[in-house]
Design a protein around this ligand. Structure first.
Ligand code: PHE
Length: 344
């Protein structure tokens, strides 16, 4: 093999490299020359048949050829890779004018919106928030609230018993007793939001599960006027400055005197309409002065301290506030319903 022939091989290899239009074509050419059984290794194989004196210069010449080829291949590779990338970038261009996916965000159930608003109003009046268990003992749910065994008032709340002495609480009033027992005879000012459970009809205005917010204030010299003023403030904050309240006498075993509280109808301003069934007033809560027996049972001296308590139905307030006509809508998780309250 002469130097000249090596030059010819180099020339034709360079030509083949230039002619390769794709990376895979280039790889084929590279294999032809540089693979294990490629031309360059074959040329090296000729070494052993040469006379020893020529071997060194021949070996060097083949090696130079190999180096020249490798660098030519590498350069061609860079050029073809860049071309392939450009080709990809233009052919796979993203059309940013296509509409994207709209992800629907969840919405808060209006039940919790109202619960939060109620708490915020009372926090603003200096109340703190207390909570109690939903699974309650007979003792706390009834006895400590002046509703002994066989008291007829139990019938109205006859409920979900777990065993003879344990039931799902029928109102948030037992939290009153929990708070009093932990307060060591000191003044109290709390609201207690939560779920309650009762045997009840399941219709547009009744549900076996609903929410209440209990209020309890105990101090020296507290009287019914304080309850009136507090509830008047709450009603105006929730339903607007123009709303008024009225007390009707009522009965609860744990308050004396007891009242039902009505709010003037927002729909007709008190004239009478279908929403208030012609009366101009809508009942929203029950309350009264904490019964002396209840104070005594939880460690308070009724001759020294007095207090008021009230229980507000959460769904009732939400229904009036938003004009919702069926209590069951709060629990059905129909997004068409819930999303209406998302835009506030
Ligand atoms: N616990 C009563 C109910 O569920 C409401 C209430 C609370 C009444 C506090 C008076 C005082 O109907």
């Amino acid at each position: 093999m002469k130097e000249q022939e090596l030059q010819l091989i180099l020339a034709s290899a360079l030509q083949a490299i230039t002619d390769a239009k794709t990376l895979s074509e280039l790889q084929q050419v590279r294999d032809t020359y540089l693979a294990k059984k490629g031309q360059v290794n074959q040329l090296m194989g000729n070494l052993k048949v040469l006379p020893p004196a020529e071997r060194s210069s021949y070996g060097k010449a083949v090696n130079d050829l190999k180096m020249a080829l490798i660098s030519a291949f590498d350069q061609a590779q860079i050029v073809l890779e860049a071309a392939a990338l450009n080709e990809k970038l233009t052919s796979e261009k993203i059309d940013i004018t296509l509409p994207g996916y709209v992800h629907q965000a969840g919405a808060k159930n209006p039940f919790f919106t109202i619960q939060d608003e109620l708490c915020a109003i009372f926090l603003g009046l200096g109340y703190t928030i207390a909570e109690g268990p939903e699974i309650e003992s007979d003792h706390f749910n009834f006895e400590l609230l002046n509703i002994p065994q066989d008291h007829p008032a139990r019938d109205m709340q006859d409920s979900f018993y777990i065993d003879e002495n344990t039931l799902l609480r029928t109102h948030t009033s037992p939290v009153q007793a929990h708070v009093m027992q932990n307060a060591d005879g000191q003044p109290i000012k709390v609201v207690c939001p939560g779920k309650v459970y009762r045997r009840d009809d399941d219709d547009a205005t009744h549900s076996h599960q609903f929410g209440q917010l209990e209020g309890l204030l105990i101090d020296e010299g507290i009287h019914l006027g304080h309850l009136y003023a507090t509830l008047q403030l709450f009603v105006q904050a929730m339903f607007g400055e123009k709303r008024e309240i009225r007390f009707r006498s009522s009965y609860f075993p744990f308050t004396e005197p007891s009242v039902e509280v009505d709010v003037s109808c927002a729909n007709c301003g008190g004239k009478g309409c279908s929403m208030c069934k012609g009366s101009g007033w809508i009942e929203i809560l029950g309350g009264g002065m904490v019964h002396p027996n209840v104070l005594k049972m939880s460690g308070y001296d009724p001759d020294k301290m007095s207090g008021f308590a009230f229980g507000i139905g959460l769904e009732r307030v939400a229904m009036l506030r938003y004009g919702i006509d069926d209590i069951r809508k709060f629990y059905q998780n129909d997004v068409r319903f819930i999303h209406q309250f998302n835009k506030r």
